[in-house]
Write a protein that binds this ligand. Structure first.
Ligand SMILES: Nc1ncnc2c1ncn2[C@@H]1O[C@H](COP(=O)(O)OP(=O)(O)OP(=O)(O)O)[C@@H](O)[C@H]1O
Ligand SMILES: Cc1ncc(COP(=O)(O)O)c(N)n1
Length: 515
């Protein structure tokens, strides 16, 4: 599902920039960033990088129409962005197709996609991207556009005037153009030397909507015009409101320019960071690194576990025997439920290997660990504590999703094994809990933990963004439950206060999961 409402299909008709900063490549990224589904009809190929355009190849103009027809006869088009068109032949082919396509939609009573036309003439590098003889053809195309988005030099060429030196002159020229071609004009202040970068949508009567941002001191402005026009076409298709579309586009562009320094692309005019916001999310961690990133993210929880009185006194041997027994009782109850959760994972596993892994883990959990606890526990099992109950509820709730369940059971492996490494290292012959600590040094458990991490990694790599997010939430919540579980013994103070340590880590505004 589209993040906001029904998916919008946006067609970019533009030139290719193999460096990925401008043209069709920038358009597709911008459309995606603005929440649309991007399609690309290529009008021309350029050989360019961040320093300039070395060559331009224009495929036969008729092939443009082939591409347009292939899309137009099959796919609903909700918005169109037009960029570099190279020469008059290409423009004429496009004009004919657009007239026919929009005419047919009007006749059929289906929505007519809005057209945002960026009249690309000269690249940032100063290279020409449109034949000078193509001017007349371009002006005919304006009749089929809703908005044209010239920069300051293009505005001057189209208005037949000197380049505007300030924003008011740019608005005047834009108004003149809007009246002459009966089109909205998005005037852009990027080429002015003002401290703020203003853009405005202007009609014959004046400025309809205006936005502005700080001017970033960066050379990474390659493709800003392409990106802005594509975002505008997409946000308009989604909102049906040019003012809202301009505001959304400008806000997004401002971040993309501000964060262009995070990319390392070429040594000239670099690209903007189209997908900076998307990359902030957990959804796109590289498979293999994703779980490592999760592990890093729970490092405050892991540190808090290491610092618990229970762990420290178990390590130095000063842990009260009654507290240890309390812990063992809860652990035995927990392991029964944990084995149930892993059996459920085995039942849901999509392949035999994963099924065998979880089934074996559930079995060893019951047979070995439970037997171990039983041998040490004097009496019958105690009542489950609130922490134990809450942890098990978390594991066994929502167990319809295999990926989420697999992520939820992982911290018990991983944290137990990690804490166990330090506990085992503290062991010595005279340690009061020597035999217990020696169980942490089991290489079989280390192997099983590594296998569980690899398995969940694979599940994560194959999952969609929403599932990955749910997996992370389940993983983090389990880590918090681990903390609360270890924190529940009397070594931490009164038993009722078991949630205090975990409360420090609750996401702002959220209640700590009830334990
Ligand atoms: N240094 C900057 N800091 C912030 N915003 C900028 C900067 N330079 C350009 N912009 C913004 O980028 C968008 C494109 O503006 P510009 O006037 O540069 O168009 P353009 O020349 O068509 O772009 P291109 O660089 O793709 O040729 C506008 O929203 C403008 O305000
Ligand atoms: C294929 C193509 N289309 C458009 C531009 C303009 O972008 P910029 O002015 O930022 O160089 C470009 N350089 N290449």
């Amino acid at each position: 599902m589209n993040p906001v409402h029904g998916t919008k299909n946006i067609l970019s008709i533009a030139g290719s920039d193999p460096s990925g900063g401008a043209g069709i490549q920038a358009d597709l990224k911008s459309i995606a960033a603005a929440g649309g589904y991007g399609m690309a009809v290529i009008s021309a190929l350029t050989a360019q990088n961040t320093h300039g355009v070395n060559a331009v190849h224009v495929p036969p103009a008729g092939f443009l129409t082939e591409q347009l027809r292939a899309i137009g006869t099959d796919i609903r088009i909700d918005g169109i962005k037009i960029g570099m068109l190279a020469n008059a032949q290409v423009i004429n082919e496009l004009t004919d197709w657009l007239a026919e396509f929009r005419g047919a939609a009007t006749q059929a009573g289906t929505p007519v996609p809005a057209v945002v036309l960026d009249p690309v003439m000269v690249a940032t590098s100063g290279d020409t991207l449109l034949d000078e003889a193509a001017g007349a053809a371009l002006r005919r195309l304006f009749a089929h556009a809703d908005v044209i988005t010239p920069n300051i030099p293009e505005l001057a060429v189209l208005a037949g005037a000197a380049e505007a030196a300030d924003w008011d002159s740019a608005i005047d020229q834009a108004r003149e153009l809007a009246a002459r071609y009966e089109v909205l004009v998005l005037a852009k202040g990027g080429h002015l030397d003002s401290a703020r970068c203003r853009d405005g949508i202007i009609d014959a009567s004046g400025v309809l909507f205006e936005v502005e941002s700080a001017r970033h001191s960066t050379a990474n402005t390659h493709g800003t015009g392409c990106s802005l026009s594509s975002a505008l076409a997409t946000f308009y298709a989604r909102s049906g409101d040019w003012g809202a579309a301009l505001r959304s586009s400008k806000t997004w562009l401002d971040t993309a320019i501000a964060r262009s320094g995070e990319l390392e692309v070429g040594s000239g005019h670099g690209p903007i960071n189209h997908l900076a916001r998307l990359w902030d999310g957990a959804a796109i961690d590289v498979a293999g690194d994703a779980l490592q990133a999760w592990w890093e993210r729970i490092s405050p929880i892991r540190t808090a576990i290491d610092e618990l009185g229970f762990i420290r006194t178990l390590q130095d041997g000063s842990l009260d025997a009654a507290d240890f027994e309390d812990y063992l009782g809860q652990d035995a109850i927990y392991l029964r439920g944990y084995a149930r959760a892993m059996s459920r994972a085995a039942a849901l596993a999509p392949d035999t290997e994963s099924q065998r892994f979880w089934a074996a883990a559930a079995s060893s959990c019951l047979e070995e660990e439970l037997a171990l606890h039983r041998g040490r526990l004097a009496g019958p099992l105690p009542e489950p504590s609130p922490s134990t109950t809450a942890y098990l509820n978390h594991l066994l709730a929502g167990t319809d999703s295999y990926p989420v369940l697999a992520a939820a059971v992982l911290p018990c492996f991983w944290i137990y094994q990690d804490v166990g490494t330090r506990l085992a290292a503290a062991n010595h012959r005279a340690h009061p809990y020597a035999d217990w600590l020696s169980t942490y040094a089991d290489p079989g458990f280390e192997e099983a933990t590594a296998a569980a991490i690899a398995l969940v990694n694979g599940v994560h790599a194959a999952a969609d963004a929403r599932t990955r997010q749910a997996m992370w939430c389940a993983f983090e919540a389990s880590a918090l439950h681990e903390l609360a579980f270890f924190a529940q013994t009397a070594a931490e103070g009164p038993r009722q206060a078991t949630n205090t340590a975990a409360a420090d880590f609750a996401p702002e505004g959220d209640a700590v999961p009830a334990r």
